[in-house]
Each structure stands twice: as C-alpha cells, then as structure tokens.
Design a protein around this ligand. Structure first.
Ligand SMILES: [Zn+2]
Length: 333
C-alpha cells in the first residue's frame, strides 16, 4: 500500500504539467487546454453502475498515482544522478556534460510517457466521470484517508476471473442443452447435415456413407477426403462422438499434412456436434492459401502450413450454432 500524493489521486489536477514545467519543451501545447478539449469531445458510453468499470478505473488511478511517486524521484535526484558521489566520476567536463544530458533525456522521456498515459483515451472517461461527480457534489466529496484502502489491480484480476468462470458455466450449460437436442434421436444428425448442405459451403462436398452414422467430406481444392463416423454410447440415442479419419487411396498412407489435420480435428471439443466437426473440416478447404492468423505467413520456419484451429461461435439465432475457425501454425498456437 502506498500513501497518496499531496493532492488526492481522484482530483484531476495535472501533475504531468506541473512536473514538466521545470524542463521547457519546445512547442508543447498547453496541457490544460488538451484536458478541456478531451472533456468536451465525444465521450464513450460507459456504464458507471458496473462494479467492473469502477474497479478497473480505480486500478488505473492507483497505477497513475504510483507513477507520480516515481516521477517525484526524477527531480532533482534522477536528473543529478551523474553527480552522485558513489558513482565513478566522469573523466572530463565534456563526459560529465554528456552524462547529464543523457540523464535529462531519460527523465524527460519518462515524463512524456506519463503524460501520454494521463491523457490517453483509456483515462478520458475516468477523468470526465471524476469531473462530473465533483461538479454534482459542488466540490464536496469524500476526503481520502491518504492511503489506498485496497489494491485495485488485484481486485480487478479477481473480478475478471470470476466473470470468466461465470461465462464458462453459462457456456457449459448451453452446450448441455445443445447436446441433449442433438442426441434426442438417432435421426437428428441428418437434419443438421441437411442444414449444413443447404449452406453450400464453397469447396466442400459431403457424401453419406453406407454405414449408419457415417459420411465423407471431400475438400476438392485441398485434394483431401475425411471420413467421419459416429460412435454411440449404450442406451443413449444419437452420436456421442464423431471420429475423423483421413481417407487416402489404398496406394498411399496419409501425408504429414493430412495426419496433422486429422490429429487437430480429433482433439477438438464438442465431439458430439456434427455441425461443429463439419465447420471445422470446412476450415481446411483452402489450407494451401490460408495464412496463419498470428504470424500472417502461410508457412512457418519448418515449412509447415497452419493446421491448428482456434474457434469462436458466430453470434446469430441460427440453430445449430455455427463456429468460425482461425488458422494457426502449431508453433504459433
Ligand atoms: Zn504462424
């Protein structure tokens, strides 16, 4: 826990201006005018009733306050560092001048970084909110104790974690519902398959197999075929897991690329979901032209194509849910 600077952190005085006032900077616009302009500019829509918003704003203010303390050491200590007795003395006056200049430049850039942070778009809604609260209360606001009562950065991390857990729970609940619908009968998957076929995904042809719960997916452009077979659990209708095998002519075994894709397909989540596996296989239709989402290259240093997939649901009311798959190299995943 750190103590507050003499001005409470919640009051938008501008220490950035105060600190830099000692070192003249050419053509620096008036900071106060900038503050005013940003306050009058377009304000992003922020929900100040949200706990997360309040805590994240307090965390930002706390971080700024910590930096104010850092800046206070810049002048004069940081600036005069080359004169500190413990340090090896400069060999010559010109060396000393050089050291002093370096120290001044380093401190100045520290101040500039702070100004950027203070005036950043991230901070703007926070300052606007503080200003409006001060106006509302006619300047009569709660006096701080001089200490931060809580570490808001820690609090923020906890809140975000709790939010994520909640999201995961909702997702699990939704998947459970979807799964029970998909497994409501032995025929349900064919309805899903028909819907997929109607979407007419370019470069994809689906051929139903002879065996029950079986089909082949042909990726003409990539020159690959994957056969998909459903496994059932005893006494449960529908398919509990769709397994994918690369289908090659008897004359050859799967290539490294086909094997890598097959492995990735079989390590997917939602294994009961025929729609998901069809969307995922479709994402390989253009494998030889699809660059990695992370490094933006087609091949990595090992000359491998991006065979990994990262998925996210496409927001729509459609049933079944459809997913989008981003391509990634194994080395970039
Ligand atoms: Zn990559």
């Amino acid at each position: 826990m750190s103590s507050l600077p003499s001005a409470p952190a919640s009051v938008p005085v501008n220490p950035a201006t105060a600190a830099s006032g000692d070192i003249k900077q050419a053509e620096e616009p008036n900071q106060d005018v900038q503050m005013l302009n940003s306050a009058n500019g377009e304000v992003p829509n922020v929900n100040w009733e949200s706990e997360l918003q309040l805590v994240s704003s307090l965390a930002k203010l706390q971080e700024l306050e910590r930096k104010v303390h850092e800046l206070r050491q810049f002048l004069p200590e940081g600036l005069l560092e080359p004169l500190v007795p413990e340090k090896p003395a400069a060999n010559s006056p010109s060396q000393l001048r050089h050291d002093l200049e370096q120290a001044a430049r380093a401190r100045l850039s520290g101040i500039k970084d702070f100004q950027t942070l203070w005036q950043g778009t991230d901070m703007r809604p926070v300052w606007d909110h503080v200003e409006s609260r001060i106006k509302e209360s006619n300047g009569d606001f709660i006096q701080p104790t001089g200490m931060w009562e809580k570490d808001y950065d820690v609090l923020l991390k906890e809140l975000l974690k709790a939010d994520k857990t909640k999201e995961e729970e909702i997702e699990q609940e939704q998947e459970k519902l979807e799964r029970s619908k998909a497994q409501s009968s032995d025929e349900e998957w064919q309805t899903v398959l028909e819907k997929f076929t109607q979407r007419d995904v370019p470069g994809i042809r689906v051929v139903k197999g002879q065996d029950p719960f079986s089909l082949s997916v042909v990726l003409a452009k990539a020159g690959m075929i994957f056969s998909v077979k459903g496994a059932q659990e005893p006494n449960v209708s529908g398919v509990s897991e769709w397994q994918v095998v690369s289908q090659t002519p008897a004359s050859r075994s799967p290539s490294k690329l086909e094997q890598a894709i097959q492995d990735c397909l079989n390590s997917r989540p939602r294994k009961w979901d025929i729609s998901f596996v069809l969307d995922m296989i479709s994402s390989y239709a253009d494998i030889k032209q699809t660059p990695c989402i992370k490094c933006k290259n087609l091949t990595n240093n090992a000359a491998q194509l991006p065979t990994m997939r990262r998925f996210k649901p496409i927001l729509s009311q459609n049933e079944p849910r459809t997913f989008e798959f981003d391509a990634l190299h194994q080395s970039c995943a």
